[in-house]
Design a protein around this ligand. Sequence first.
Ligand SMILES: C[S@@+](CC[C@H](N)C(=O)[O-])C[C@H]1O[C@@H](n2cnc3c(N)ncnc32)[C@H](O)[C@@H]1O
Length: 401
Amino acid sequence: MTATSEPRAQDPAVLRAAMVSELREDTIASEALAGAFSVVPRHLFAPGEPLEMVYDSDTALVTKTSSDGTALSSVSAAHIQAVMLEQAEIEPGMRVLEIGSGGYNAALIAELVGPDGSITSVDIDPEIVARARAFLRAAGYARVRVMQADAEYGVPSHAPYDRIIVTVGAWDIPPAWIDQLSTQGRIVVPLRFAGLTRCVAFDRAETGLVSRSYCLGGFVPMQGEGTFTATRVPIDGDATLRLDGPNPGFDVPALRKAIHGPRIERWSGAAFDLPDELELFVVTSAPQVPFLYASQRLVDQGVFTPAVTFGAAILLEGASFAYRTKRENENTGGWESGVFAYGPHAEAVAERYVELLRRWATEYRRRGTARIDYIPAAASGGTPTGWYAPKRHGVVAVSWP
Ligand SMILES: C[S@@+](CC[C@H](N)C(=O)[O-])C[C@H]1O[C@@H](n2cnc3c(N)ncnc32)[C@H](O)[C@@H]1O
């Protein structure tokens, strides 16, 4: 029996069918999208990779890495491709621009737009462009146009586009993307703001763009004109603050003292769940919420909880700061959120954070409640009243209606 079942498990068609049924369970609702995933041979876009990895819906296949180990290009995980294509709601006959090539996602889009639609894919890297073209041709999708350019300027020669699908991490929305979008168009983009990335589906609004939906997602970083580098402020060899904007002048020696001084813990009584949404709520509650990254050594010493090695959003007041934590709630079987706070004003900053946790739990604990606006610099209407992050070409504003 083993002899006959082994080869079947390695059959790309069998693996693909399994991937599609898994995606149907939690990600894909549209029949057209399920159909596209069912027919495009993903393995032809990642030659040499083990088939089980190619058809594992959560695995991204890195195809190019920089000298410092940063991933520069990949065939994105099927799961996130499915999420973004659901957000895009692509219909037959549409004109689509894909930013960041690889071939596979463009082939899925080609299936969705059909013979009356058009798909242009652009990549900054000539090697990736050549690969994508060759793979698309081999898989029978030669009609996908693959261009080499910095997507900062879009691809004006084939605009306007009904959909612009950005498959690389963006820090801003260049004017060209909005200019090249049709009146009813939609941009789906993994957009970084406040130190976090969310895949946002933006429709046009009076003053620019407004989110229709958003979800969690990470991508390789944008190169070229739109490159973004986060600001890093080392506190000592074991702790670093990271933030999107410039260093506002943190009192590093005082923060170093606070980290190694006593800490207090305070509990909110509020349930802890939907951590991604809670994190978005916290980072958009104050003008600047840096992330603290600590070494394993500080975790081992008990100074921080393990979560801080991956970065914890902190509320700061002078040289005092707090970050959130959780503990099991024996009464409910769920989790309770709380905070650890450090520094001379630990009590005050802990109280502020706990108040936020309570407000989140009572008013906003639903998925997808934030409204994200992109307001181009050219739009009139002044500065937003709520939270916003200045960008090069405009501002990202987040509100919690
Ligand atoms: C995650 S890969 C694209 C994945 C692809 N869409 C797929 O089918 O899975 C991101 C790509 O964006 C490209 N890229 C980065 N910066 C760019 C820019 N400014 N303009 C165009 N492409 C860019 C990279 O070279 C890389 O190939």
